[in-house]
Design a protein around this ligand. Structure first.
Ligand code: PEP
Ligand code: MN
Length: 346
């Protein structure tokens, strides 16, 4: 930092090999100056975010402390998830699958878990096409109380059973604290859906749970609100966050939502977190899922979340936007070519 005062909001970058004592000493120095200090293990190193109305701590004081690599002023309201706080792009590991590295990760499966046969066929189809993570909702946040609400814990057993058979990791949505407690017994990654992006108590709870989180963008959330939601999770010590652009509500009604693809490179510039795209909920139309998947990878997405159902016409939820196994296979092949063209692998 060029000025000799670290200022009010700052990020303290710590050496990867910092000892607990060194981390605690920095935390104490900040807290004793009146700051709130939060620690997170970021992209391969510890970062401490300081905020609040503390007395400005002279930057050289902090920089001279053992383990401190540097002090950066936090110019945006989110600190831990900001690009400045990361030591490069974060790679989030979920059930042995790395998201945010060179390889594009495909998460796929039905909107909702329905039957053992459906999950078995879905797991088979998505693994054959090269997907690494099986999705399936067991707690469904439906617009109508009369729509299928999900199989709950029974559904999670079917999801994990099918995933295990094909060596896939798992992701499922949680909608409240009880569903989070149940999901933690089964899945590798928990999803916070668009409707819960600003359920701050739930964000804090998944932050404390420490399990990787797939954080969808809210239906009408700005990029800054989305990153602040991620900051809620990070501020509880959980750095395993993957952002998911799933379309936003606009005046356009021809598609279910409007896919904001410009958010992908934008957010990757603002944050070190991986970003994936869900073209299924973004468009609501199966015919648009393939083209938008290719566009997402070309725009720099680290992965995709795609709804696939063994028989979309019979799906209990989101059939019109679900791909059949054959359609998904075709998209997966096309994706590989685009991934290679932009210097990635799939
Ligand atoms: C889902 O992925 O099943 C879902 C409900 O998505 P969203 O929260 O993006 O609407
Ligand atoms: Mn769905």
């Amino acid at each position: 930092m060029s000025s000799d005062q670290a200022g009010k909001n700052m990020i303290v970058l710590m050496d990867t090999g910092s000892s607990r004592d060194q981390l605690e000493a920095v935390m104490e120095r900040l807290v004793s100056s009146g700051f709130q200090a939060r620690m997170m293990r970021g992209a391969g190193r510890f970062v401490i975010g300081a905020s609040g109305d503390g007395e400005a701590v002279p930057s050289p004081d902090l920089e001279g402390m053992p383990g401190v690599i540097g002090v950066i002023p936090a110019t945006r309201p989110y600190k831990l998830v900001s690009r400045e706080a990361g030591g490069g792009n974060s790679v989030v590991e979920a059930g042995g699958v790395e998201i945010g590295g060179c390889r594009i990760v495909i998460m796929a499966g039905p909107c909702a878990v329905e039957t053992p046969e459906q999950m078995h066929a879905a797991a088979r189809a998505v693994s054959l096409a090269g997907a690494k993570i099986l999705r399936g909702g067991a707690f469904k946040p439906r617009t109508s109380p009369y729509s299928f609400q999900g199989l709950e814990e029974e559904g999670l057993k079917l999801l994990t059973g099918a995933a295990r058979e094909y060596g896939l990791a798992t992701v499922t949505e949680v909608v409240d604290l009880p569903s989070l407690d149940i999901a933690l017994k089964y899945v590798d990654m928990v999803q916070i859906g668009a409707r819960n992006m600003q359920n701050f108590r739930l964000l804090q709870a998944v932050g404390r749970a420490g399990r990787p989180v797939l954080l969808k963008r809210g239906l009408s959330a700005t990029v800054e609100e989305w990153l602040m939601a991620a900051e809620y999770i990070a501020s509880e010590g959980n750095a395993g966050i993957v952002l998911c652009e799933r379309g936003i509500r606009t005046f356009e009604t021809s598609t279910r939502n409007t896919l904001d693809l410009s958010a992908v490179p934008l957010v990757k510039g603002l944050s070190h977190l991986p970003v994936v795209v869900d073209p299924s909920h973004a468009t609501g139309m199966r015919g648009l899922v393939g083209p938008m998947s290719l566009a997402a990878v070309a725009a720099g997405a680290d992965g995709l979340l795609i709804e696939v159902h063994p028989d979309p016409r019979k799906a209990l939820c989101d059939g019109p936007q679900s791909l059949s196994p054959e359609e998904f296979q075709k998209v997966a092949v096309e994706l590989r070519a685009v991934a290679v063209a932009v210097g990635r692998a799939a």
